[in-house]
Design a protein. Structure first.
Length: 305
């Protein structure tokens, strides 16, 4: 359909068109999630689909909708620098909205959500294109959108201790994987928020989280050398890891809040995560180790909660 047609749908209050079959309209909008023109992708396809999901249009069709979105995560996977990233990134963002609807309304079986989690994590650790903004094409933001998807999965009642541990490991894999991109559009904040969402579930004790933090810390320690460095330091991935740890420390220190459109977030984020004081110290240990000449030695006095 023409842009004018979809603009008229937007002006109607984003109501589902009565002159087209819902399946046909949905297929077209899902294809538009990868459109190179942001007017089609950001201004039409994504807001229409998310509004229909939030309004319950797909409540009896969520499994099929999610299954139709998932192939977009594999579209052009492994490419870097072309426009295939748009389809992957917006498929992740859309899948996060679908899982969010299930988190609100408890509409889906564990099997579907767990399968989507497998596809999501497999895509996220393999995504090569980290561009936030593409001139003339708008936001790509695959790293940030993937973080939003992991945060939606972290909220899911279908994810228990084992699945949450896997999400934690996937985030470390994503942060530590070498890349030529330095994150510049808040990716580290979105990833840290995904971790905070996971920590608010209070399913993982420090015996799991602290070794995970140590793994990240190992990734930012400067190389020991007596001569010149063979490569630039810090590398982009080291800089990203450092920024992520600092973002996580700040969010632990200040506290985060949930989304107002997610009913369960009020309860989930009502209190600080368990073991927050210990985790704050563990994160600081890793940050200090990046520049040991700069910071005072670690003290084990607990910060004020």
């Amino acid at each position: 359909m023409s842009e004018a047609y979809w603009r008229s749908v937007m002006r109607s209050g984003m109501a589902v068109p009565t002159d087209r079959d819902l399946d046909d309209a949905t297929v077209e909008l899902v294809e538009m999630l990868g459109h190179p023109n942001p007017r089609w992708r950001d201004d039409i396809a994504y807001p229409l689909l998310t509004t229909w999901v939030a309004n319950g249009v797909y409540d009896d069709l969520l499994t099929g909708l999610g299954d139709g979105i998932v192939p977009g995560l594999r579209f052009g996977l492994g490419h870097d620098g072309d426009l295939s990233v748009l389809r992957r990134s917006y498929s992740a963002l859309m899948l996060a909205e679908i899982i969010g609807r299930d988190n609100n309304q408890h509409l889906m079986t564990a099997q579907s959500v767990l399968e989507w989690g497998d596809h999501a994590t497999a895509w996220y650790v393999r995504e090569q294109d980290h561009r936030g903004w593409i001139p003339e094409h708008g936001w790509a933001n695959a790293i940030a959108h993937g973080a939003d998807l992991l945060a939606a999965l972290a909220r899911s009642r279908h994810f228990g201790r084992l699945e949450l541990t896997v999400l934690l490991d996937v985030i470390a894999d994503r942060v530590l994987t070498p890349t030529s991109y330095i994150w510049r559009h808040g990716e580290e904040d979105r990833l840290a928020y995904a971790v905070m969402t996971l920590l608010h579930r209070n399913a993982l004790d420090p015996g799991i989280v602290e070794p995970w933090l140590a793994r990240l810390g190992d990734g930012i320690r400067p190389p020991r050398t007596r001569g010149h460095l063979a490569a630039e330091w810090p590398s982009p991935s080291v800089r990203n890891t450092s920024s992520f740890l600092r973002a996580l420390h700040l969010q632990l220190a200040l506290g985060v809040q949930g989304r107002t459109d997610l009913h369960a977030d009020a309860e989930l984020f009502a209190e600080q995560p368990a073991h927050r004081a210990d985790l704050l110290l563990a994160v600081l240990d890793q940050i200090r180790a990046e520049q040991p000449w700069l910071y005072r030695p670690t003290t084990r006095a607990r910060p004020l909660s």
